[in-house]
Ligand binder design. Structure first.
Ligand code: SAM
Length: 477
């Protein structure tokens, strides 16, 4: 489907035309500008070249598309290798095309392609005409094809959570994108690409890694699995994978963890994707047969008691309150050099069925206006997440939920970890010593790097579900 109706000479509108735009055109232009500003992160040529090679490009008379081509790096590299492999004067039309929603990016892509054509001997005028015809200034999600057209889809589709897509466009996409692919622009593009690739075709993309792992994308993976199997996945370095459009300041690298993936269509149902998460580069057999932390210990999430100063108080406030209501509380800032310092905060313990004494009620009433909105709920003497039922009689471990490697610190009996850190109480056969040792082991660090969600600056997000599945190398199976 290359039938493009655009006027090849009109890419960026002259300012005078803006005066005559109707409101809808102006709103659309603003929405597209905003979408482009939020999604334009371009791919560097070595990453593009590597992916094209993996896709077996150029290959006979295969047809290739970049559905969101930005300033045309994928198209230009694909064109250059195609022309180099063909006799002089070879006409590449019909074999390579790009789609791009943003007019100025389209201009950039066309001039990049025209320059490649010119370097292979085409006259500048002819090169410009050909380049205009190869790059369509259109919206791939609303105007793109929905049936198999291309042998190769290559590119770096936009990533943007649906909530951040300008309303005007998001409302349109709802009519064109199935429910399982609406959560993120990347999901919408993956789903659409899966429908437009021909039998035995290949899709090679640079993407953010979350669609491979997130529970919320399992229905998307299942949907893609109707046709696609995974032929290759590899993590890329965020520093060397991207560059910014030339009109934008360089700034810090984007906050994504990029991967390069190759998906193959109709390779055989038994290899197809399923709803199961895919962990790039992980050798799952390394952890086979090991006992899991959750088999021995109770892993729980430490309660959040709301804005400090209300249910969590400092020493000065605590001195004015009845001690029988107070429990020493600890957070990660109480950890110094791997050890827990003396607690500097106290949590007020109340029970739902029993109104506390007047001093506590007066204290809470005088501070409750400071409580964050999400912390206001239920009975006024109960914190947002209650802990009155927690057994604090045993020594436990506190594990910071954001860390570079899992590490545990001892918490004495009677002390309450707070603020959504992870708290471990040893249960069955293993002792707290063994759990602590297992958490500090190299295999735990590797396992966390393999499976935990990656945050910025090499930090990982540790969750209770994850920790329960952590292998215990030091406990015999
Ligand atoms: C992440 S950039 C990648 C560009 C190029 N493929 C590359 O790798 O260098 C994504 C591009 O998709 C474009 N885009 C966003 N939504 C689009 C849509 N619905 N249809 C076509 N292009 C779109 C953006 O304007 C942006 O230039």
């Amino acid at each position: 489907m290359t039938g493009d109706t655009l006027n090849p000479t009109v890419c960026a509108q002259p300012q005078s035309l803006l005066l005559f735009d109707d409101a809808e055109t102006t709103a659309r232009r603003a929405a597209i500008d905003e979408l482009h500003a939020r999604t334009a992160i371009y791919t560097t040529s070595p990453v593009v070249d590597d992916l094209l090679k993996r896709l077996g490009w150029p290959d006979a008379d295969s047809r290739l598309v970049d559905p969101s081509c930005g300033d045309g790096m994928f198209l230009a590299r694909a064109l250059d290798t195609l022309l180099a492999a063909r006799p002089a004067g070879f006409d590449p039309r019909g074999q390579i095309e790009g789609w791009e929603i943003h007019p100025a990016a389209c201009v950039d892509a066309r001039s990049r392609i025209a320059a490649i054509l010119a370097s292979h001997g085409w006259s500048p005028a002819r090169a410009a005409t050909l380049a205009n015809g190869m790059v369509h200034n259109r919206d791939f999600l609303t105007e793109g094809p929905t049936t198999p057209q291309w042998d190769i889809v290559a590119g770096n589709p936009p990533y943007l959570r649906a909530a951040n897509v300008p309303d005007l466009l998001r409302n349109e996409y709802r009519r064109h994108v199935p429910d399982c692919a609406r959560g993120d622009m990347l999901h919408s593009f993956l789903e659409r690409c899966s429908r437009t690739v021909r039998p035995a075709g290949r899709i090679g993309l640079v993407t953010a890694d979350r669609w491979l792992v997130n529970e919320g994308a399992s229905r998307l993976r299942e949907q893609l699995g109707r046709r696609l199997s995974l032929a290759h996945v590899e993590r890329l370095s965020v520093e060397t994978t991207f560059y910014r459009p030339k009109n934008r300041r360089a700034g810090s690298p984007p906050r994504v963890h990029p991967v390069s993936v190759v998906l193959v269509s109709d390779a055989g149902a038994e290899q197809n994707l399923t709803g199961q998460p895919i962990h790039p580069g992980v050798d799952e057999s390394r952890y086979e047969g090991m006992r899991l932390l959750g088999d021995f210990a109770e892993v729980r999430i430490a309660p959040w008691l709301g804005t400090e100063g209300i249910f969590v108080v400092d020493a000065a406030t605590a001195r004015g309150l009845p001690p029988e209501y107070l429990v020493p509380a600890v957070d990660t800032d109480d950890i110094r050099n791997g050890k827990l310092g003396t607690p500097t905060r106290w949590a007020i313990r109340t029970h739902p069925g029993e109104e506390p004494c007047p001093e506590i009620m007066t204290h809470l009433a005088s501070r409750m206006h400071l409580m964050a909105k999400r912390g206001r709920r239920g009975k006024q003497w109960m914190p947002p997440e209650s802990f009155h039922g927690l057994d604090l009689s045993r020594e436990s471990l506190i594990v910071p939920r954001i860390a570079k490697t899992p590490r545990a610190v001892r918490v004495p009996p009677g002390v309450l970890p707070i603020n959504h850190n992870l708290s471990i109480v040893a249960g069955g056969a293993a002792t707290l010593d063994q759990v602590e040792e297992a958490l500090a082991s190299p295999i735990a660090a590797e396992w966390a790097r393999d499976y935990a969600r990656r945050l910025e600056n090499s930090y990982l997000s540790l969750t209770t579900t994850l920790l329960k599945r952590m292998p215990m190398a030091n406990v015999p199976a």
